[in-house]
Design a protein around this ligand. Structure first.
Ligand code: NAD
Ligand code: LMR
Ligand code: MG
Length: 602
């Protein structure tokens, strides 16, 4: 019987798996030192003596066998002493040191890595995901020690069909793909953007229980337009300007064909593509491949769930969403994705003729039909000049004017510009027509957030509802009152979208499946939580919420007759499952990190 000390022990106990599946033996095709160097199978000092004999490991490890639980405690102790030893150091330095220690474990022993990640997700998500992952991408070429995932470059044209077979796993379920052109709000980071697919897939394992042997982060390196990187002698990507037009698309086409040939049912999540390619590739592939764009579609679902929550915080019926005045700052892939989904929701609630009160701004101010050059994707949301003249506004009006004149219920930022919700803008939100004005500063990472949580409560008032894309601490409002900070991040949906699609066996991801995911997230929050300004569940319960979202996606796929089944479970069985049974089915299929007995096979 082992004993654990302090919080490491309680975390480990609290996070017992809800999955009942007992892992069977795992077949390995290697022996000896090769196993110790393979993070998928390595157990470090945790190999039992019988296994050491069976796998040719005797003598390659110190004699004492250390249990999984002891290894866990040991890691957490070294993590906590790192925290102690770096106290008072600059924030970026500390975050990178934490990322390094986690990354070393990731490279060495994935089972232990994912166990500590799942059990401590609240503390570790800000390290392996936003905001630290942004810093990691910015410094990737210098931090690089070992490769992770696959790199397809413009120089590999014509070779991808054979290259895809270089990946050692027989089966891949989930791929996250980027071309590095718009990494968070940090711009074009070229090959260094690979950190994002890695972080997203870590969330897939932690939140959705996707087996880490079946995930694949991919970088499509078509060059970079980041001059600083092109001049950096340590830069690890192609030192050439980005491919454009047909040349670019032919590279993405070739990659998608190669993936589809080897793993016809793998799901591809497009991540952090600059806007023009984000929309173009979504349109190009969504009917042919099982894919989605997380920044357009995942973000939209999370934002819509939060927007519906804000209607509830005002004590109004959900149908009142059709009357909400929402100012969206940022007309890129994320902002337009949100508006598309929000308009669809209004039309469902108030009929096709409804005229949503949504206002869209980009770097040139309020977008109206009077604008000379307008992006086709933004055109449907451009206001008619006559309509806004009534409010005393005109084409290109700046943010402060718009907020003062519109008095919006919600101010939502997806601009990538840190601090654009300045003191004046936030103070103007005090005149909002809502009893509970909502401020969503959704841009990432932290320094690119439109405002910090503390400033939002200070300037816009204590009765606001606040959400940000990157985590902020709750705000102490004095007198025992707390301003709750929500994290409006697509991490609440993409893992469930991927897992639900996988288990449904659908060959494509429909709008209905995405809408079901968003509605499921929206309905997860109780009235009591809503009263406290809580719009999203705590990240500590992300595995639970992902199971619910996954089940909602499966049921939508079944209802639309897209579900073809997965493994032993066919479409008929899926159709016959009740709502609760579907959730149980999803939970049962979530991978959970424990050491499986290893059996060698040649
Ligand atoms: N919280 C989340 O889940 C989430 C999801 C996706 C994207 N994001 C964040 O949203 C941001 C934008 O992402 P994107 O893919 O839409 O980028 P994008 O480059 O496609 O779009 C950015 C938009 O912001 C506009 N903009 C720039 N400066 C502005 C200013 N001063 N005022 C008003 N608008 C301005 C641009 O004109 C453009 O329309 C990034 O920081 C990203 O990290 C967050
Ligand atoms: O990566 C995130 O944290 C969210 C989102 O996908 C983004 O691009 O900012
Ligand atoms: Mg993204």
């Amino acid at each position: 019987m082992w004993r654990l000390a302090g919080s490491a022990a309680s975390n480990l106990r609290r996070a017992r798996p809800f999955s009942t599946c007992i892992p069977g033996p795992c077949i390995v095709h290697k022996r000896g030192a090769d196993i110790l160097h393979d993070p998928w199978f390595n157990k470090d000092t945790g190999f039992p003596l019988t296994e050491r004999d069976r796998l040719g490991l005797r003598g390659l490890l110190p004699p004492r066998v250390i249990s999984f639980e002891q290894q866990y405690v040991r890691f957490m102790e070294s993590y906590h002493s790192l925290e102690k030893n770096t106290r008072g150091q600059p924030e970026g330095f500390v975050s990178l040191a934490k990322w390094r220690i986690l990354n070393r474990l990731h490279d060495r022993n994935e089972t232990l890595y994912y166990r500590v990640l799942i059990d401590n997700i609240e503390d570790f998500a800000p390290i392996i995901y936003t905001p630290t992952v942004g810093l990691v991408c910015q410094n990737y070429s210098g931090l690089f020690r070992r490769p992770r995932g696959m790199y397809f470059s413009a120089k590999d044209k014509g070779e991808m069909m054979s290259m895809i077979y270089n990946w050692p796993a027989h089966q891949v379920d989930m791929i996250v793909l980027t071309d590095g052109s718009r990494i968070l709000g940090l711009g074009d980071l070229g090959v260094q953007g690979i950190g994002i697919p890695i972080g997203k897939l870590d969330m897939y394992v932690a939140a959705a229980g996707i087996n880490p042997q079946r995930i694949l982060p991919v970088m499509l390196d078509v060059g970079t337009n980041n001059q600083k990187l092109l001049e950096d002698r340590l830069y690890l990507g192609l030192r050439q300007p980005r491919l454009e037009g047909e040349e670019y698309l032919s590279i993405v086409d070739e990659f998608m064909e190669a993936v589809h040939t080897r793993w016809p049912k793998a799901i591809v999540q497009f991540e952090d593509f600059q806007m023009k390619w984000a929309f173009e590739t979504l349109q190009r592939y969504r009917k042919r491949f099982c894919m989605f764009n997380d920044d357009i579609q995942g973000t939209a679902g999370v934002a819509l769930a939060g927007l519906l929550g804000t209607v509830r915080t005002q004590g109004r019926p959900l149908a009142d969403f059709a009357n909400q005045k929402i100012v969206v700052v940022g007309a890129g892939s994320a902002g337009l994705g949100v508006l598309n989904m929000a308009v669809q929701a209004v039309k469902r609630m108030a009929g096709a003729d409804a005229n949503p009160q949504f206002f869209l701004l980009d770097k040139d101010g309020l977008i109206t039909k009077a604008r000379r050059v307008i992006d086709p994707a933004a055109a449907p949301f451009a206001k008619a000049p006559a309509e806004i003249e009534k409010l005393g506004l005109m084409e290109g009006a700046n943010l402060i004017e718009v907020v003062k004149k519109v008095k919006p219920h919600v101010l939502l930022g997806l601009s990538g510009v840190g601090g654009v919700f300045n003191e004046e803008v936030l103070k103007a939100m005090r005149e909002s027509d809502s009893t509970k004005p909502a401020i969503f500063a959704m841009s990432n990472p932290t320094m690119n957030a439109e405002c910090a949580a503390v400033d939002a409560f200070k300037h816009a008032g204590e009765n606001i509802v606040f959400a940000s894309g990157s985590p902020f601490k709750n705000v102490d409002l004095g007198n025992g009152k707390v301003g709750h900070v929500n994290q409006a991040n697509n991490m609440y949906l993409f893992p469930g979208i991927g897992l639900g699609t996988l288990l449904s066996g659908a060959r494509l991801i429909s709008d209905g499946m995405l809408q079901a995911a968003s509605e499921c997230l929206a309905s997860y929050i109780t009235d009591d939580e809503i009263q406290r300004g809580v719009l999203y569940p705590p990240i500590g319960s992300i595995r639970d919420i992902t199971a619910e979202v996954g089940a909602a996606v499966i049921r939508a796929a079944v209802a639309e007759e897209l579900a073809e089944g997965h493994g032993d479970i066919g479409p008929r069985e899926l159709r016959q499952m009740s709502e609760e049974e579907t959730v149980e089915h999803v939970k049962h299929n979530m991978w959970f990190p424990v050491y499986s007995p290893l059996v060698h096979e040649k």
